[in-house]
Write a protein that binds this ligand. Structure first.
Ligand code: NAD
Length: 305
């Protein structure tokens, strides 16, 4: 059963096998709990929590397949304990997310959102908002995995100096990467641009909060394409005036309803996109291939165990 909007390609690929596919995009939690007992494989995105209750009700469940990367909405440990395989598609959208991160960095540095808005309203805004270049600036990358390292390559090509904060020791690859691994405090206090690429875990939840945001340099720009919960948005609103600008593809609450989030979105120093990091033709195409391959690997694993 597929409970979220996915590309036609993945449905076609699965239907060509002996797997019976039921496509129910937008299925709500109550309905999911009522019918999950009838399915062996659940394909889902980040909308609903696949927690203990869902897993316990899924008495036939053998595979949980996350259509995307982040597994923060899945109780992976509990699923594995119950013998259920958990798969995702970690590689498919890396290029798209890295490109969006650089795009957001340029957009916020050049106030593109304001100019686009003014020009559409008939005001020729030339001279109203002067931007800054990325060239020669320090970029702090928090989380140097698949996406963060690619952002690093693009940033180096644009003449930025790269600082990296990651829990992994990256000293062996630093020469190749051409960046410098530093602690979080050093990264925050010396970067002109900061970009976030860590997974959402108890350790990364509100990593940027009132205390850490107060370390960020005046006039610095922050880009987040990872997970909304990595930043405390109330604290971000508190610190917004001292920042150069903020560009977010992810929010603590999606879609946003809380008044502090609405205030943040409407702030002229803020750009928000609606979680579109992986929303490209190419990423969706790769995602279908990668996820189906991983589902079949999991089926083999189920048959052999
Ligand atoms: P990855 O696992 O390849 O890399 C994450 C890196 O973060 C690793 O190097 C890891 O060592 C580091 N890390 C983990 N915990 C840390 C901590 N506490 N402090 C510092 N570093 C830590 O992940 P990825 O594929 O590069 O994905 C990065 C993020 O992008 C994830 O949050 C993912 O959910 C998000 N994402 C967003 C979109 C979108 O649509 N905007 C799409 C895909 C992925």
């Amino acid at each position: 059963m597929i409970i979220d909007r996915v590309s036609d390609k993945i449905i076609d690929k699965l239907k060509k096998t002996s797997i019976e596919v039921e496509y129910k995009p937008g299925l709500d939690r109550e309905s999911l709990l009522k019918i999950i007992e009838n399915y062996d494989v659940l394909i889902f995105r980040s909308r609903l929590k696949v927690d203990k209750e869902v897993i316990d009700r899924g008495s036939r469940l053998k595979i949980l397949a996350r259509y995307g990367i982040g597994l923060d909405n899945v109780d992976v440990e509990y699923a594995i304990k119950k013998g259920i395989a958990v798969v995702n598609a970690p590689k498919a959208s890396c290029i798209s997310v890295a490109e969006l991160s650089i795009g957001l960095m340029i957009a916020i540095a050049r106030n593109l959102h304001l100019h686009i808005d003014y020009v559409k309203k008939g005001v020729w805004s030339k001279g109203m908002f002067t931007g800054v270049e990325l060239y020669g600036k320090k970029l702090g990358i928090i989380g140097f995995g698949r996406i963060g390292s690619r952002v690093g390559v693009y940033a180096k090509a644009m003449g930025m100096d790269v600082l990296i904060y990651d829990v992994k020791d990256l000293s062996m690859v630093m020469d190749i990467v051409g960046g410098k691994q530093v602690d979080l405090e050093t990264l925050l206090s010396s970067s002109d641009f900061i970009t976030l690429h860590v997974p959402l875990t108890p350790q990364t939840y509100h990593m940027l909060n009132d205390k850490t945001l107060s370390l960020v340099k005046d006039g610095a720009y922050i880009v987040n394409t990872s997970r909304g919960e990595i930043i405390d948005h109330r604290a971000l609103l508190k610190h917004i005036e001292k920042l150069g600008g903020v560009a977010l593809d992810v929010l603590e609450e999606e879609p946003p309803r809380s008044s502090h989030l609405i205030e943040l979105i409407k702030h002229p120093k803020v750009i928000v996109t609606p979680h579109i990091g992986a929303e490209t033709v190419e990423a969706m195409d790769r995602l279908a291939d990668e996820l189906v391959e991983n589902i079949f690997e999991a089926i083999k694993w189920c048959l052999n165990s």
